[in-house]
Design a protein. Sequence first.
Length: 141
Amino acid sequence: MARAGVAALPAGLVDEAAYGRLRTALPQVSERTLRTALRESGRPLVPAVEGVRQDSFANLRRTLTALSAEYEAGAAARRRMLRALVITAKNHADLAARSSRRKPDKQEMAMWIRAWLLNPPVFPEWAELRERRRSVEDAGE
């Protein structure tokens, strides 16, 4: 159902208006399922539609960095919406960290999301430093 809705969208960038129309047209489809269908479609997505990707550290960093830029440019209401989006991702990351076989990675991802929530504009620089530290730690193993 979600894939059919995504396939019916006009070609091009999926912005928040198109995402809102999909949510209205498919109220029985969860937000997570709809975002997954959009991501799998290969269509370009604006940062607020793509959300926080937690399938790899590269995607986590990329999406949180994009959301940082949106946050910095946004008015108060937009910032609240973006924070709510990231808080939902943090809750999912916390759950994954408690139940995953990849617990250390998921705990690290949850920490990255918390760093974003503490100071979104500083996140890109923080992530760069954290990546360097992780590289050094991985090389020492």
